[in-house]
Design a binder for this molecule. Structure first.
Ligand SMILES: Cc1cc2nc3c(=O)[nH]c(=O)nc-3n(C[C@H](O)[C@H](O)[C@H](O)COP(=O)(O)OP(=O)(O)OC[C@H]3O[C@@H](n4cnc5c(N)ncnc54)[C@H](O)[C@@H]3O)c2cc1C
Length: 245
């Protein structure tokens, strides 16, 4: 067991489901209020127990220190395709219960605070939840650090968190936001295609970067191979989905 696995084992806690509200027609913001103190790092995930044998991982969207109505809380962003049972079954469980059991502080793809390398945050769809946690933590720390955020969206209706995106841009961070829409409509003026292709187009060599990645498994697999071929260092690429691929 690694040190973080040991810590997570003691981080099982009952939480009150304090809020479920839509961020888009298919993505819900969920706020959980733990009944006992929990610890996690920016970029870690939790597991919701649907039953003893059915645990679903979701990125913790907030940075450590997040509060809701004056109490320490956890934010999740859950959703994606309407046909996605993985998310819809978890949302049904959260809607049907006033309290849920979760295990917090899981995963090794957390933000490496001590590194001074420039950062690329890469999100596909609701992988933005993971990126939201790290970007919030960097902004909260008021670090003068280069952060390039790439968010790939199926369509422009999938975009949310406009306030946070604006706040990060106004912070001390040298921050560059790239929104990339896969299936643009006539009104979309921005970048199009697969989000990782935008990163490849913008960089001749990725060796200098710490790269944090979350999104559909198909995306994460493609990204790993394409970024390594573009010079990225494996030990500076972080994605919990690597463990599932
Ligand atoms: C540890 C862990 C944490 C998780 N946390 C969450 C969470 O917090 N919330 C949640 O809802 N789910 C979570 N999941 C489940 C899973 O990651 C989501 O189902 C996934 O991110 C959903 O993506 P989407 O449907 O929004 O993306 P889509 O809308 O399918 O895709 C978004 C973008 O990803 C890129 N992309 C997609 N497919 C490819 C491809 N084949 N090649 C290249 N690029 C591609 C494109 O740029 C596309 O526009 C988690 C899973 C694990 C293992």
């Amino acid at each position: 067991m690694t040190e973080s696995q040991l810590k997570a084992a003691s981080n099982k806690v009952l939480c009150t489901v304090s809020r479920i509200q839509p961020l888009t027609p298919t993505v819900q913001q969920v706020i959980l209020t733990p009944k006992a103190p929990v610890e996690f790092k920016a970029g870690q995930y939790l597991q919701i127990y649907l039953s003893d044998s059915d645990k679903r991982p979701f990125s913790i969207a907030c940075a450590p220190g997040f509060t809701f109505e004056g109490k320490p809380a956890l934010e999740l962003q859950i959703g994606g395709a309407v046909t996605d049972n993985y998310a819809s079954q978890a949302l049904a469980h959260l809607s049907d219960n006033t309290e849920v059991l979760v295990q917090v502080g899981l995963g090794e793809a957390y933000w490496r605070e001590d590194s001074t390398n420039p950062i690329i945050l890469l999100a596909g769809g609701t992988g933005f939840s993971y990126v939201h946690s790290i970007a919030s933590a960097i902004a909260n720390a008021n670090l003068n650090r280069s952060v390039q955020l790439y968010w790939g969206l199926r369509n422009s209706q999938a975009l949310y968190a406009a306030d946070e995106l604006a706040a990060w841009q106004a912070s001390n961070v040298q921050y560059q936001l790239n929104l990339v829409v896969q299936e643009p409509d006539a009104n979309w003026q921005g970048r199009t295609g697969f989000v990782h292709q935008a990163v490849l187009d913008d960089h001749a060599d990725l060796a200098a970067y710490d790269i944090y990645i979350a999104g559909p498994f198909a995306m994460v697999g493609v990204v790993r191979d394409a970024f390594l071929a573009k010079g990225a260092k494996r030990e500076q690429m972080y994605a919990d989905a690597f463990a599932w691929l």
